[in-house]
Ligand binder design. Structure first.
Ligand code: TXA
Ligand code: MG
Length: 348
């Protein structure tokens, strides 16, 4: 399939291009598009045949439901009810990087919800994303625009790498501001439950529901036959081609441990190191890439997936990564890092 690729100027968004991509969605095709979290791979959420194409293009397991993206807060036709507490979250954090789970209405095909009675809905803050939804005239189902299992794309080049030739249209825009997928909150239960951590943190959500908690499976290695509430959590995820190992603890001890592993393996392995601005000069060997300043977790989050992807291009045998404190945005960053490492963590 020929994929049309158009890069928008974010300061002067061409409505013609948005309309053209909107028609592709309307007619049952697939469009990759930017959002503030990561790039999404969109189809008409209400069209079963269109949604099936997403699963095929990504190689996505059939039991993993899709998030439905909307351009405004009028979601009544898509869900059975909107609890008051969900309304509060919507008025505070929509548009933005948070997905809410509701009981779904019959308008949502079971292909979109992967057979569940619930649906995740998100109103992105990305202007391009919202204008595309408006132009399509329908809610857009969109998982991250990567081949299943790989790190999510936060730049158009990564979408092109994964999906060119497999979908009708790739709409480029700016690099995703946040770089980590949305927080997912189950609003069908009391108290509310976080199924995936993201940029809207538990500390922020506790201002609305002080009993909100994080599903206990979020930060642990999925066991065999494990059925998490967010089906996607059981798959190996965010993973570059080579294995990732996290070294966690005091930063000086971390540096020493990473250097020790590099030196022990130097003869036979090409090793990549995920460092930070503060530490990157302390690794004399290996291919060192910095995620940014440790004190600016926003930057670390924004760079994480592209740094993981960058090691694929240079074909390393092993990636060693520093760790971050699991507080605020650091919790979501560590969640993605741990998953990319298949929970291979060495504590020092
Ligand atoms: O930031 C984001 O959420 C991005 C952008 C494109 O909006 N999308 C995204 O989609 O990350 P995806 O498909 O890569 O991840 C969706 C996650 C999966 O883990 C899935 O299992 C979970 O959301 N999910 C979707 N619908 C659900 C539902 N009804 N109940 C529980 N989990 C659900
Ligand atoms: Mg994904």
């Amino acid at each position: 399939m020929d994929t049309k690729i158009v890069i928008l100027d974010v300061n002067n968004i061409a409505q013609d291009t948005i309309n053209e991509a909107g028609i592709v969605i309307k007619e049952g095709g697939l469009v990759a598009f930017p959002t503030e979290t990561v790039y999404g791979l969109g189809a008409n959420a209400l069209d079963k045949t269109a949604v099936e194409k997403i699963f095929k293009a990504k190689g996505r397991p059939q039991d993993n439901p899709l998030i439905v993206h909307v351009a405004n807060r009028n979601i009544e036709t898509l869900v059975k009810e909107v609890p008051d507490i969900a309304r509060e979250i919507m008025s505070k954090y929509w548009p933005g990087p948070i997905t809410l789970i509701f009981n779904k209405s019959d308008l949502i095909p079971s292909t979109t919800s992967a057979g569940l009675d619930t649906v995740g809905i998100r109103m992105p803050s990305s202007v391009i994303a919202r204008r595309l939804i408006e132009a399509a005239g329908t809610p857009i189902a969109a998982p991250s625009a990567n081949i299943s299992g790989r790190p999510s794309p936060t730049e158009v080049e990564s979408c092109i790498e994964d999906l060119s030739g497999k979908i009708e249209y790739i709409l480029g825009g700016e690099k995703s501001q946040i770089g980590i997928e949305s927080t997912i909150v189950d609003c069908t239960c009391t108290p509310l439950c976080i199924l995936r951590p993201g940029a809207i943190t538990i500390e922020m959500l506790r201002e609305i529901d002080d009993n909100i908690y994080i599903d206990k499976n979020v930060m642990s290695k999925p066991k065999k036959d494990f059925k998490p509430k967010a089906p996607g959590m059981k798959y190996r995820h965010y993973a570059p081609k080579s294995p990732v190992k996290i070294i966690c603890g005091d930063i000086e001890k971390t540096i020493a441990k990473i250097n020790e592993i590099v030196q022990t393996n130097m003869g036979n392995k090409k090793i990549g190191i995920i460092a930070t601005d503060e530490t990157k000069d302390k690794y004399p060997f290996g291919t060192v890439v910095s995620l940014g300043n440790r004190k600016q977790l926003e930057t670390v989050g924004r760079n994480l997936f592209e740094v993981l992807r960058s090691f694929d291009a240079i074909d390393v045998d092993l990636i060693l990564s520093e760790a971050f404190e699991e507080k605020g945005l650091g919790y979501a960053i560590m969640n993605r890092l741990k998953k990319s490492a298949g929970f291979d963590i060495t504590y020092v």
